[in-house]
Write a protein that binds this ligand. Structure first.
Ligand SMILES: Nc1ncnc2c1ncn2[C@@H]1O[C@H](COP(=O)(O)OP(=O)(O)OP(=O)(O)O)[C@@H](O)[C@H]1O
Ligand SMILES: [Mg+2]
Length: 631
């Protein structure tokens, strides 16, 4: 379908959604669909829930955040359960300002944007529809038209409780335009749009000293003041501040704590009574979610100032820490690269993963448990299963430091280093070593890294480098084995047949000659020695494996070489040990003979076809591994 046709279709769909009627017709709608009258907070909560909720080990994962926010499931769960849910039920927290607190580039703005864009879409659905008094610059809730003394009756009839009073402007309009007949007041369906300044607003402070409250609450309209004769005529006032425009929806308050404290005092009544003052008018009821964000340092200095006490108690602070999972960090980089102008550069496999390892290491705090070093912690947090540790251990680890994830290297730094490497060297392909080098070189000029941290970070660069060395060796060795998986399976089957015969004191039969053979002790030992199983321990080890196999069989599961972690490691090491010399010689020779050349070409082809390299990154990898093996 061409784009013009799509535009036309879109316009037609928008037309179809439109609705306009009198207040009494709107009441008919409410009879059938009382949820249309829900508050802004409730609508946001329902939007989040409507994307689905997954229950995972005692935790809820709100899928709404899945697409854009990675690795923060628990922070999002807390945000929903401790703010959005109670706020939707009209508990007092909804009047408070939601303050997201987290380190730089930790995803705060991304989160707010997700909510804003989400609401724009949600108001186009049936469940998320919003209705407002027509022609009102603040899209006022039509139910405010119901006079106070009748609201109790209204609640009995409709089951809806009305909050907030009719704004000065609409009070006047009912008189002048509708002759006091509220049932005739026109109501329309509105659709949130930040561009059109409907239901979504963003307030960004300018110079704190000269900040004008009009930006928030509107100002006198000097062009019409002559017409209406008085400053206190609401028709001579422009209700076009961000608080006005965001009514019924969301207002983002950027850099809130950078504002002058006197300016923030204007927000006191808003956070207490749910209304704000504009010009010389009676208070205006606000039905909107106010989200601000800040970093920890700014927040600390804010609460240290006694003058801010009143406001402080009217904010709900929710932490948005850094992600602490390597695999999720990798996804963050992938996303940022997709959105950038370096997306066409070839990034060798494992590059982003290794960068992510470094980043996560800088964010982790040392565990008090002696048995857990940072690398182990990094793996456990990423959901790896390590022998001797359970989910309970991981939960305990997370509880050790409340402020974990509030410091360390931010994702933007990593992406900036990657792009600057690419641009400076005019590279068309980069690998993990390029990136680690660049991350290291940049540490000196990173504004917020102390010398002490720098030392630690340099250690983490080496740790990540060592991890990469292991990954690189494995990758090349695997590519050398002709069909790695098949070889591993064959070796394992062979081993298990022998172990079974050994434990049952039985013989094996040679498949070719039919001859009876004793279990092949040399073969079994050559595998077991790879993982340090001693002569004395071999019997127990073999029996344990047989027990494991029968346990699998009882559950109807197939035991394969992936089922037993240590056995898998032993098989892999054995395969690699047999190959070591070939790999070493082939990858490091300067003048390969014909056969070596053939092998190199084969390996490069495997790396390209099966592991995502291109020819330059595959050749670089081979060279590097050659140098590693010859150390
Ligand atoms: N947990 C995360 N999931 C997905 N993307 C993330 C995450 N953390 C950071 N990012 C990405 O990092 C970049 C910076 O994030 P964002 O601008 O939202 O951070 P911020 O907390 O608002 O930072 P600042 O304090 O500098 O305003 C964005 O491209 C964002 O997509
Ligand atoms: Mg931001």
């Amino acid at each position: 379908m061409d784009i013009l046709k799509k535009i036309q279709d879109h316009r037609e769909q928008e037309e179809e959604l439109k609705w306009e009627g009198t207040f009494s017709e709107y009441l008919d709608l409410l009879k059938e669909r009382p949820y249309l009258a829900q508050s802004a907070h409730s609508r946001v909560y329902n939007m989040i829930k409507s994307a689905g909720v997954a229950e995972e080990h005692d935790h809820k994962r709100y899928k709404f955040f899945d697409e854009d926010i990675y690795g923060l499931d628990e922070a999002m769960e807390k945000l929903v359960e401790e703010y959005f849910h109670p706020a939707a039920r009209r508990l007092d927290v909804r009047k408070r300002i939601l303050l997201l607190m987290g380190p730089v580039s930790g995803g705060k703005s991304t989160l707010v944007n997700l909510l804003k864009r989400g609401m724009e879409k949600y108001t186009h659905t049936d469940e998320g529809a919003v209705f407002a008094i027509k022609g009102c610059p603040m899209h006022e809730d039509p139910l405010h038209l119901v006079p106070n003394h009748l609201r109790k009756d209204f609640q009995e009839e409709y089951g809806i409780r009305i909050e907030g009073s009719l704004s000065p402007l609409n009070t006047m309009r009912v008189e002048t335009e509708y002759g006091g007949r509220i049932e005739d007041v026109l109501v329309e369906r509105i659709f949130f749009s930040e561009d059109k300044r409907t239901g979504i607003g963003t307030f960004s402070p300018s110079d704190p000293k000269s900040q004008d409250i009009a930006d928030l609450t509107g100002s006198i309209d000097f062009s019409t003041i002559a017409q209406y004769g008085s400053e206190s005529d609401p028709r001579a006032y422009r209700f076009d501040g961000e608080l006005n425009k965001a009514n019924r929806g969301i207002m983002e308050f950027q850099e809130m704590l950078k504002c002058d404290e006197k300016f923030l005092w204007h927000l006191l009544s808003l956070t207490q009574e749910g209304n704000f003052k504009a010009g010389r008018f009676a208070l205006i009821s606000a039905d909107e979610l106010i989200i601000a964000h800040t970093n920890e340092a700014e927040y600390r200095s804010f609460i240290a100032n006694k003058k801010n006490e009143a406001l402080h108690s009217r904010m709900i602070v929710m932490p948005v820490p850094y992600n602490l999972k390597v695999s999720q960090e990798e996804r963050i980089y992938e996303k940022m690269i997709r959105e950038s102008d370096i997306r066409d550069v070839h990034i060798a496999p494992h590059t982003l993963r290794v960068a992510a390892m470094f980043t996560i290491l800088t964010r982790l705090k040392e565990s008090k448990k002696a048995s857990i070093d940072v690398l182990k912690k990094m793996r456990l947090y990423d959901g790896e299963i390590l022998e001797g540790f359970s989910d309970v251990d991981v939960e305990e680890l997370k509880k050790e430091h409340a402020d974990e994830g509030m410091s360390g290297i931010d994702p933007r730094y990593v992406i900036n280093r990657i792009s600057s490497t690419i641009i400076k060297k005019e590279l068309t392909s980069i690998n993990a070593l390029d990136v680690l080098r660049s991350l290291k070189d940049g540490l000196g000029s990173h504004a917020s890294i102390s010398n002490e941290d720098k030392e630690r970070y340099l250690d983490f660069i080496s740790l990540a480098r060592k991890e990469y060395d292991e990954i690189a060796k494995k990758e090349v060795q695997k590519a050398f084995v002709y069909s790695y998986e098949e070889s591993a399976v064959t070796l394992m089957d062979n081993y298990l047949d022998n172990v079974e015969a050994y434990c049952n004191k039985a013989k094996l039969r040679d498949p070719l000659t039919g001859e009876e053979l004793n279990p092949d002790e040399r073969l079994m030992r050559s595998i077991e020695e790879q993982i340090g199983v001693s002569e004395n321990a071999k019997k127990a080890f073999r029996e344990e494996i047989l027990i494991r196999i029968s346990a699998y069989a009882r559950k109807g599961k197939k035991f394969d070489y992936q089922s037993h972690e240590r056995l898998r490691e032993a098989i892999q090491k054995k395969l690699f040990a047999d190959l070591k010399d070939v790999v070493k010689i082939t990858t490091s020779t300067k003048t390969p003979d014909e056969q070596q050349l053939k092998k190199i070409n084969e390996v490069v082809a495997t790396l390209i076809d099966e592991h995502g390299y291109n020819s330059s990154s595959a050749n670089e990898l081979l060279k590097y591994v050659g140098s590693l093996l010859n150390r």
